[in-house]
Design a protein around this ligand. Structure first.
Ligand code: GH3
Ligand code: MG
Length: 419
């Protein structure tokens, strides 16, 4: 017997509704599990609204028509709006909702009018297609603007474009071919539209989950590089950055300096005020250090009371001034400390040489820090590379003055900045 395929609109509504509810549930669980992940709850609500809209369509004939049309289509439009807001929020874009909310309300009013006052299903569908397409166009523009962000964003942009095409085809197809007075009567343009809706719900659901998963991974990677106590980078984060900055400095001939800071007699804060008082000192010292850094500098806690600071674009003499300011700020009278004893820090700093590896830089700064401790603490010491060389591949446009000045520096010089 030859198989027959029937696009039963009711079954299609149920299928699409169930798919939307499954994605809504999965996204809801993700949003509850990762409350800091902004936008995921909106995405869950978007799929829930779409599922509810499908369920509402199925009540047609059991509730007054105008109520059914406004409720089902209102939920459908709301779903589009929430999807737009959710995706933009996950991507950190500010959604432009005012115009879309206004056009959505206008669409709903027109739908109510063309149901209660002048029952015309064809006109209703055309208005609904225009309203929902407008929201998708806004979303598509934002996705195209952030096209380079990731392959998930690119796939989402393509999926939204396909959905826009489907909506336009639905509107134009309905305008040209019309639709049966009862949408459950098929086959019709509406039935084909719902089939594309099923594919669209599956595609968008998978892509939204991929988008959210990507953000979760990025956030886990970020927190793996943060020190939860001070909010600065941790050892992993700052050492990764050091390798990147050193490579950049070698490539661009822009100087790079590095400072190692250690709190003086930190154990005393722990012994006198307890571990919590020690933590308080760590937080305050970290805040004092970062207050003096520029946006492209970086600070990381690499040990108990030890901080590593990267200063791209700073020469050793620039760094001497920065260290001096940090020394002054850290040891300023602290009104917030119950004990009233201000912490002090010792600093060892150095400037990168072309031949340096990250470990060489840290070792030099560490030796300078040791010298600062030996000098009586609360001071900064500098140690430069024993022999600094001109780059063999240095272009003629590189700043030779700065490099030659560095060559003239005394090898392994140790300078006391503040005693
Ligand atoms: P120095 O001037 O020679 O540096 O003396 P110090 O007392 O600071 O000695 P050191 O730097 O070795 O002390 C580090 C102490 O930091 C030892 C450890 O108990 C404490 N510490 C390590 N991590 C933490 C932390 O997360 N919180 C607190 N409160 N203390 C910590
Ligand atoms: Mg210490």
């Amino acid at each position: 017997m030859k198989p027959t395929f029937q696009f039963d609109v009711g079954t299609l509504f149920v299928t699409e509704g169930l798919i939307c509810l499954i994605f809504a549930l999965v996204l809801f669980i993700v949003a509850r599990k990762f409350p800091d992940l902004r936008g995921s709850m909106r995405l869950s609500q978007a799929f829930f609204a779409a599922g509810a809209s499908m369920a509402s369509f199925l009540t047609r004939g059991f509730v007054p028509l105008t109520l059914n049309v406004v409720l089902s289509n209102g939920l459908l439009i709301l779903s589009g709006l929430l999807l737009y807001i959710g995706i933009d929020t996950v991507l950190g874009i500010r959604p432009r909702t005012r115009l879309l909310v206004a056009t959505s309300l206008l669409t709903l009013c027109l739908l109510a009018w063309f149901t209660a006052m002048d029952d015309r299903i064809k006109v209703r569908i055309v208005f609904l297609a225009i309203g929902t397409t407008l929201i998708q166009i806004f979303l598509f523009i934002d996705l195209v603007r952030h096209w380079r962000r990731s392959s998930v964003v690119q796939c989402l942009a393509v999926a939204v474009l396909l959905s826009i095409i489907a909506h336009v085809a639905w509107g134009v197809g309905t305008a040209l071919r019309g639709t049966p007075a009862n949408i459950f009567q098929g086959p019709s343009v509406t039935a084909i539209y719902i089939v594309t809706g099923i594919f669209s719900a599956c595609g968008l659901g998978v892509l939204c989950l991929a988008l959210v998963t990507r953000e979760i991974t990025a956030s886990i990677e970020r927190s793996a590089r943060r020190d939860p106590l001070t909010g600065t980078l941790n050892r992993l984060g700052i050492e990764e950055l050091l390798s990147i900055e050193l490579e950049r400095s070698r490539r661009t001939f822009v100087p790079l300096s590095l400072a190692l800071l250690d709190i003086d007699h930190f154990k005393a804060f722990n012994d006198n005020g307890g571990h919590a008082a020690g933590d308080d000192v760590l937080r305050n010292v970290a805040a004092s250090i970062t207050r003096h850094l520029r946006p492209y500098d970086a600070c990381g806690r690499i040990g108990g009371d030890e901080f590593l600071v990267l200063l791209p674009g700073s020469t050793a003499s620039d760094t001497a001034f920065i260290c001096d300011r940090i020394l002054g700020e850290v040891s300023a009278p602290p009104p917030h400390f119950a004990s009233g004893i201000a912490p002090t820090v010792s600093i060892g700093f150095t400037e990168a040489d072309l031949a340096d590896l990250p470990a060489d830089l840290i070792a030099r700064a560490d030796r300078a820090l040791y010298a600062a401790k030996q000098q009586g603490r609360n001071c900064a010491q500098m140690e430069l590379a024993p022999l600094q060389t001109l780059p063999p591949e240095a272009p003629a446009t590189a700043n030779p003055g700065r490099r030659f000045r560095r060559l003239r520096r005394a090898a392994s010089s140790v300078r006391n900045i503040r005693s």
